[in-house]
Design a protein around this ligand. Structure first.
Ligand code: 5AD
Ligand code: SF4
Length: 465
C-alpha cells in the first residue's frame, strides 16, 4: 500500500506559440490515491502547456504530492524541500525560475505554515482543489505566494480533468480510478478525516465513463480507489441506491476490462452484496486489503474502530466462504497508547487465525489534532520497536508460506511491461505479486496462463503453461 515513487507521467507535448513547453516534475509520496491525483494534476498541467520531466534539475515546476499519515512521512517533505531550495537558488543565479509547489495531505493539514517554515515554497494546494492548479500557477507567476486549501464539499469530483487517451496509453494496462474520497470513521490515530475531509462518493455515470475511456485505451485491470472505498454508494441508472458490490457488477460488463480490484476497505462497510460480488464476478481479483489495525478489543475500542476482533474474524470467514481462494492483506499498528503486552499478544493471535498473504505494519505515530495524541500511556519507542519486529517476523513467515505455496501452480497473469533484465517480461498475478516470464510468453495487455517455477524476493518466476 505504501509507496514512494517518482511519477513520470507521459504528458503530451504542448509547445504553444509562446515557445518551448514548461517542464513539470511531480514526486509522489504515500498511497495510491496520491498516485492517481498526481496523474490528474499532470493532466491538468498538460492542458496548460506543461510537459512531464523525470529530472528535477531541469523542471520549471516541482510539485511534491505529500503524505501526512505518519510523522516520518511528513518530515520527509521538509527535508526534500530543503534540497530543492538549493536547486531553485542555483537556477535563480543563472537567471531562470523554478516554482515549488506542495500538494497532498501535508498541504491540506499545514497550509500557510509550510511557507512560513519553508519560504522557498511558492504554492500550497490541498487535494480537493487540484482543478484550480493552472489558475494558482498563474498567480504564482505574477509574484504571489498562493495557498489553496479551502473547498466546498460538492467541489470534490466535479472539476477533475478527464484522463486523455495518449496519457492513459503511456501509463500502461493497469489503472487507478478514484470512486470515493474522504473518511467519516475518525479512527483516533488517523489524520485522514481531517486532511481528506468527509466521505464523498463519485456519481455512477462519471465512474462508468472513466472506466470506459480507460478500457478503450487498452487498460485491462482497474483498481477502484477510495480512503473508504467500500463506503461508496450512489444512485444507479435504475433509480436504486447502489453500493460498491453493484458498481463492480456494472464495471465488470465493460468490454476489455478483465480485472477489477478495490482498495482500501473498512470492515464495517463490507456488506452482503460486496461479499457476493467476490463469489459472482470472476473478474474481481481474489485479493482483499482489509485493515484491522489491532487484535485486542480494548485497543480496537480506543481506536474507535467500531468492531471487535471476533467481528473481523467472522467477516473473513464469510468472505472466504464466498471466495475460498481469496488472499488477505491488512494493516496493523503496534504501540497504540495504552497497548499492553497482553493486547499485543491478541494482535499476534488474530494474525495467526487469519493467515495473511501480505500485510503492512507500522509503529503508532502520534499525529497532531487526532484524539490519540491526547491519550494516556503512550508506549515507549523501544517497546514499539520490539513489537513491530515480532509482528513483522510473523507476517513475513505467512507471506513466505503463501508465496512458496504457489510454486508448481498455474496462475492467470496479465502481461504488463518489459522486465528489468533483457528478454524478460513482467506480468501481474491475481495477488499483485509480479510474475517474471520469458519475453515471448505474451504481449502486453494479454492474460496468459503461467506455471510458477520458483520464487524471488516478493516476485514469482514462471513459464507459459
Ligand atoms: N500511526 C501509525 N500508523 C498509522 N496509520 C494511519 N495512521 C497512523 C498513525 N498515526 C496506518 C494504518 C492505516 C495505514 C494507511 O496507515 O494502519 O491503515
Ligand atoms: Fe483513517 Fe480509520 Fe478513516 Fe482508515 S477508516 S482513513 S484508518 S480514520
Amino acid at each position: 500500500m505504501e509507496l514512494e515513487q517518482i511519477s513520470q507521467d507521459g504528458a503530451e507535448t504542448l509547445k504553444g506559440a509562446a515557445g518551448a513547453a514548461k517542464k513539470v516534475f511531480v514526486k509522489t509520496y504515500g498511497c495510491q490515491m496520491n498516485v492517481y491525483d498526481s496523474q490528474r494534476m499532470s493532466d491538468a498541467l498538460a492542458a496548460d502547456g506543461y510537459v512531464a520531466t523525470s529530472t528535477m534539475e531541469d523542471a520549471d515546476l516541482v510539485l511534491l504530492n505529500t503524505c501526512h499519515i505518519r510523522e516520518k512521512a511528513a518530515e520527509k517533505v521538509y527535508s526534500e524541500i530543503g534540497r530543492i531550495r538549493e536547486l531553485k537558488a542555483e537556477r535563480a543565479r543563472n537567471g531562470s525560475e523554478m516554482v515549488i509547489g506542495v500538494a497532498g495531505c501535508v498541504a491540506q493539514a499545514e497550509g500557510r505554515e509550510i511557507i512560513r517554515r519553508a519560504p522557498a515554497v511558492d504554492l500550497v494546494i490541498g487535494p480537493q482543489t487540484y482543478h484550480r492548479l493552472p489558475e494558482a500557477l498563474k498567480k504564482v507567476r505574477g509574484g504571489e505566494k498562493v495557498v489553496e486549501t479551502e473547498y466546498a464539499l460538492e467541489d470534490k469530483f466535479d472539476h477533475l480533468p478527464e484522463p486523455r487517451r495518449a496519457e492513459i496509453i503511456s501509463r500502461g494496462v493497469t489503472a487507478f480510478l478514484t470512486v470515493q474520497e474522504g473518511c467519516d470513521k475518525f479512527c483516533t490515530f488517523c489524520v485522514v478525516p481531517y486532511t481528506r475531509g468527509s466521505e464523498v462518493s463519485r456519481p455512477v455515470a462519471q465512474i462508468v465513463a472513466e472506466a470506459e475511456r480507460l478500457a478503450a485505451a487498452g487498460v485491462r485491470e482497474v483498481t477502484l480507489l477510495g480512503q473508504n472505498v467500500n463506503a461508496w454508494h450512489g444512485e444507479g441508472p435504475d433509480g436504486n441506491e447502489w453500493g460498491l458490490g453493484r458498481l463492480l457488477v456494472r464495471l465488470a460488463e465493460i468490454p476489455g476490462i478483465a480485472r477489477l480490484r478495490y482498495t482500501t476497505s473498512h470492515p464495517r462497510d463490507m456488506d452482503d452484496e460486496l461479499i457476493a460480488a467476490h463469489r459472482d464476478l470472476p473478474s474481481l481479483m481474489p485479493y482483499l486489503h482489509l485493515p484491522v489495525q489491532a487484535g485486542s478489543d480494548r485497543i480496537l475500542k480506543a481506536m474507535n474502530r467500531k468492531h471487535t476482533a471476533a467481528d473481523y474474524l467472522r467477516l473473513i470467514e464469510r468472505i472466504r466462504a464466498a471466495r475460498p481462494d481469496i488472499a488477505m492483506s491488512g494493516d496493523f499498528i503496534v504501540g497504540f497508547p495504552g497497548e499492553t503486552d497482553e493486547d499485543f499478544e491478541a494482535t499476534l493471535e488474530l494474525v495467526r487465525e487469519v493467515n495473511y498473504a501480505q500485510a503492512f505494519s507500522f509503529k503508532y505515530s502520534s499525529r497532531p489534532g487526532t484524539p490519540g495524541t491526547e491519550m494516556k500511556d503512550h508506549v515507549a519507542e523501544e517497546v514499539k520497536d520490539e513489537r513491530l519486529q515480532r509482528l513483522q517476523a510473523l507476517l513475513n513467515e505467512q507471506q513466505t508460506t503463501f508465496i512458496e505455496g504457489l510454486v508448481g501452480k498455474t496462475v492467470e497473469t496479465l502481461i504488463e511491461k518489459p522486465g528489468r533484465q533483457p528478454k524478460q517480461i513482467v506480468g501481474r498475478s491475481p495477488w499483485l505479486l509480479p510474475v517474471i516470464l520469458d519475453e515471448n510468453a505474451g504481449k502486453i495487455g494479454e492474460i496468459v496462463t503461467a506455471r510458477i517455477t520458483s520464487t524471488g524476493h516478493a516476485s514469482l518466476f514462471a513459464e507459459r503453461a
